[in-house]
Design a protein. Structure first.
Lengths: 101, 459
């Protein structure tokens, strides 16, 4: 029996200075949740977000930073020859916040 | 004093006439089980004084690798230690995998057993039989599931069955049908009740609790009356199997007609925030249902984390590129987070409701995984060393029992075999293993397990 996942997870995130804070996740699928951090449009880090409800990215390189909360969406376990999943993927579950250094 | 279930059989100190007739001239070999099963006699168990009144078993089908979860060896060579890193827990000196951050905060409640092992074969079914019954066996001598033993010894509380397995039975895991999730020789009255539905689905319903639309309450009563009459006829030719079926029918009617049973299975009665805390997935909602069932009187609940190992994301991390292609990515993105959320939610929830002190939660699996990564970066079956754990009841948390060598390939100290886990659960629930027996070959009473409890587990 494949695991079934009910609903679509959603959370609101906000900034307090450079620290990003997440609210409760509704319809939480319970899979890997992570902050995705972009600088000037490029992904520079993904950081686990399950254990703590806030995160301060330590990088202070000048640029515009954009952060969003993501969760793993399991569709099936099929993988490419390089080991990466074919159909399962990370999806955004929050609004985006940004700041500039 | 010897007991078969709740039946008292005095021994040398004083054999009663009744028990003498039951035991007969051939001694225990000729015990009359049908009669014994019906007699309500002095308790063989110390239920009132037992520290553990309920048990929830989470069974990790496929089996996680010990080196990737709860027995990490960060100083071992790369091909042994794997990809994950250990993190500290709230107990000094105990580290677990970085992908269990929530569990790390409650290690003071958990007793890890890092020296489990057996040597009778490395199929999933071998491990399932060992860990669910305390025995290995073949089709001629099927041993009962631990929950069926609990059902037999204590009986049900109220309308709900004593032994429930969620969400369904283990299916194909590669090597035959003997998974250890039946009542074996105890008969249908003690078969586990399988939910047979996915509690994560919005339109979740338990088929066995639904009276078919074409059936009115009147017709249901009429059928029950007819069945009662048939049962009376059957009793005249009394046999063990008919008595077992009596109980099975009775259980089915109780479930169909009991508002309490329906309520116990109704997850919509829970707040959305709590359902989210468990994880809106099959495993998480099964854990939540396990708590509801325990709260409603079920004594033993098993949550199967997966029912097969083929063609889906599960713990069986062979990375074979085919039908068993689970890898570190499955562990990191799905399996560990899902377990971490569901397990910790269950423990918190039980504790907040005052149920954890009466309920042991046992996280069990079939075996460990090979210490060295295979050629594709996976790990294969390995029954020589692995870690399982217990918490709740009077289990002393914050401790590690046993250890393995430098590459987690063998127990280094305090080796533990599967029957000892079962013996510990029975002991914790107040069952005296020296005097409480189950029917064996030829209906002779035999020990529930050939092992002693792990005394160090208990506070």
């Amino acid at each position: 029996m494949e695991q079934k996942f009910d609903g679509t997870p959603r959370a609101e995130i906000r900034l307090d200075g450079r620290r990003v804070i997440r609210g409760e996740v509704t319809h939480d699928w319970g899979l890997l949740m992570q902050w995705e951090i972009r600088r000037n449009g490029q992904v520079i880090a993904t950081v686990p977000a399950r254990a703590e409800t806030s995160y301060l990215h330590p990088d202070t390189t000048p640029g515009t930073y954009e952060i969003v909360l993501q969760m793993w969406k399991y569709v099936d376990y099929k993988k490419k020859p390089d080991g990466e999943f074919i159909n399962s993927k990370f999806v955004e579950i929050s609004n985006k916040v940004s700041y500039t250094i | 004093m010897l007991h078969v279930g709740k039946v008292k059989i005095p021994l040398c100190s004083g054999l009663s006439r009744r028990s003498f007739l039951q035991v007969g001239s051939a001694g225990l070999a000729s015990l009359v089980l049908p009669q014994l099963l019906r007699i309500e006699a002095a308790r063989a168990v110390e239920e009132r004084s037992a520290k553990i009144r309920n048990c929830i078993t989470i069974f990790l089908v496929g089996s996680p690798g010990q080196l990737d979860t709860w027995d990490m060896k960060p100083d071992a060579p790369a091909e042994v230690r794997g990809k994950f890193k250990p993190i500290k827990t709230n107990v000094t000196g105990i580290q677990i995998c970085e992908h269990f951050p929530l569990m790390a905060r409650m290690m003071d409640r958990v007793a890890l057993i890092r020296s489990l092992h057996y040597n009778t074969g490395a199929t999933h079914e071998n491990g399932q039989r060992w860990m669910m019954t305390g025995h290995d066996f073949n089709g001629d001598n099927v041993k009962p599931h631990c929950g069926s033993i609990i059902s037999r010894v204590f009986g049900p509380r109220g309308d709900l069955p004593a032994n429930v397995i969620l969400p369904g039975p283990i299916g194909n895991t590669g090597a035959g049908p003997l998974h250890g999730q039946t009542a074996g020789g105890l008969g249908s009255a003690h078969e586990p009740f399988f939910l047979g539905a996915d509690p994560a689905l919005t339109d979740f319903r338990v088929a066995d609790l639904e009276v078919p639309k074409e059936q009115s309450a009147f017709r249901l009563d009429a059928r029950r009356h007819l069945l009662d009459q048939l049962d009376e006829l059957q009793r005249r030719t009394e046999s063990r199997s008919t008595q077992m079926h009596d109980s099975a029918y009775e259980r089915a009617f109780r479930l169909l007609t009991s508002p309490k049973a329906k309520k116990a299975f109704d997850l919509t009665a829970e707040k959305d925030t709590l359902r989210d805390r468990y994880g809106r997935n099959t495993f998480g909602q099964s854990c939540l249902m396990a708590r509801r069932l325990i709260e409603s009187g079920v004594r033993y609940v098993t949550v199967n984390h997966f029912d097969t190992v083929f063609n889906l994301s599960c713990w069986d991390m062979h990375a074979d590129g085919g039908g068993l292609n689970n890898t570190y990515l499955d562990y990191e993105r799905m399996l560990c987070p899902q377990f971490d959320l569901g397990f910790t939610a269950l423990i918190e929830d039980l504790e907040q409701r005052g149920l954890l002190k009466d309920t042991v939660v046992a996280v069990l699996s079939e075996f460990g995984r090979t210490p060295r990564l295979n050629g594709r970066g996976g790990r294969d079956h390995y029954p020589n060393a692995w870690t399982n754990f217990l918490c709740g009841g009077n289990i002393r948390g914050g401790q590690v029992i046993g250890s393995t060598d430098k590459i987690a390939s063998r127990p280094h100290d305090f080796p533990v075999e599967p029957p000892q886990i079962l013996a510990s659960i029975y002991h914790g629930m107040g069952i005296n293993l020296d005097t409480t027996m189950m029917p064996g070959p030829g209906d002779r009473p035999v020990r529930l397990v050939e092992a002693e409890p792990i005394r160090q587990l208990f506070a």
